[in-house]
Write a protein that binds this ligand. Structure first.
Ligand code: PBG
Length: 325
């Protein structure tokens, strides 16, 4: 037997230059996407308590923040709207003068050449019951009736100029329905991001504050059970078949196995969403002095990249891009 110590993996870790040279995963600002919140009627940004550093924007402050994001060289922004009034069908989502649609046009004018401006296509911010779809007479989320609303919402967002629609509602057939409506109306270049494997996670908690959600209960009849790995792949395959241009796994850090599975087989790009609870956990621990904030942020995003995400939605996108330059 040869001397086992002839093999010394530590050689490649010996200096910063050596470690940099042999790094197997790198992050680049272009693959980071910033989720942003815009609130109807707001005249100034409002901080979100459970997401320190993240704001609900006015249209003006949204534009300024998007310019900063473009200057940081990130890949895009994902917009969420918070309407003044909510109702059972989420009327604000399909109103061309609804907050999300107005903000989209404003951002396209401001930074549309530098950033991919993306919009959340889901009803939950706009419904008074807080669900991602409309309800039937028994109070259950009605899949097929919700698809009709998604078709109209897709048209409103495409007309507002959105480059890429983020279908996050987890209704069956949503990608096919939206693609069909977009194509029939001439929006053949509007891209679709299917939130293919979106799990019914506890880590969306702070987001519910961010969008003033009125949800009572949970989304377990439409979002995936957190223990189901194979089902995640099934959803990815379905979204690809229905015409998704990009697929997503969400949340990121507690579903890295699903992400790696998807990355291994998907013919289209696979993205991941580092969600509000993932952000809040690190911010809270760092604020307590329990972890090194910058290292934890970098490691968390790098781990998502390593698992196979080609782009990552993260609330740290702009700050992280600054560190990377
Ligand atoms: C639904 C949507 C949610 C998130 C993004 N899109 C909430 C949910 O499904 O309950 C969560 C994002 C986050 O937690 O950061 N429109």
């Amino acid at each position: 037997m040869t001397d086992p110590l002839r093999i010394r993996p530590r050689r490649l870790r010996s200096t910063p230059a050596m470690r940099r040279l042999v790094a197997q995963t790198r992050l680049h600002p272009a693959e980071l996407i910033l989720p942003m919140f815009v609130r109807e009627g707001a005249t100034a940004p409002t901080p979100i308590g459970s997401m320190p550093g993240v704001n609900q924007h006015s249209i003006d402050s949204l534009k300024r923040a998007a310019v900063e994001a473009a200057e940081a060289g990130i890949g895009g922004v994902m917009l969420f709207g918070i309407p003044e009034k909510k109702d059972a069908v989420g009327s604000g989502a399909t109103d061309p003068n609804g907050i999300l649609n107005l903000a989209t046009t404003a951002l396209i004018d401001e930074v549309g050449d530098a950033l991919v401006v993306q919009t959340d296509l889901c009803l939950d911010e706009f419904t008074d019951h807080g669900h991602c779809g409309v309800l039937d007479e028994h109070g259950r989320v009605d899949n097929d009736a919700s698809l009709l609303r998604y078709r109209d919402m897709a048209l409103a967002q495409a007309a507002a100029g959105s480059h890429l629609l983020g279908l996050s509602g987890m209704m069956d057939g949503q990608v096919a329905a939206v693609r069909e409506t977009l194509d029939a109306n001439g929006f053949t270049d509007t891209a679709i991001l299917g939130y293919a494997a979106k799990y019914a996670s506890a880590f969306y908690g702070p987001f519910r504050e961010a969008v003033d959600s009125s949800l009572v209960g949970d989304r377990r009849t439409y979002q995936l059970d957190t223990g189901n790995r194979r089902e995640g792949l099934r959803e990815v395959a379905l979204d690809v078949e229905e015409g998704a241009d990009v697929v997503m796994v969400k949340p990121a850090m507690s579903f890295l196995d699903v992400l790696a599975d998807a990355a291994a087989v998907s013919p289209v790009p696979v993205w991941a969403y580092q969600v509000s609870g993932e952000y809040a956990m690190i911010e809270a621990a760092a604020a307590n002095g329990w972890i090194d904030r910058r290292r934890a942020v970098e490691e968390s995003v790098l781990s998502i990249r390593r698992a196979g995400a080609e782009a990552i939605l993260t609330y740290w996108a702009v700050e992280l891009a600054g560190w990377l330059r």
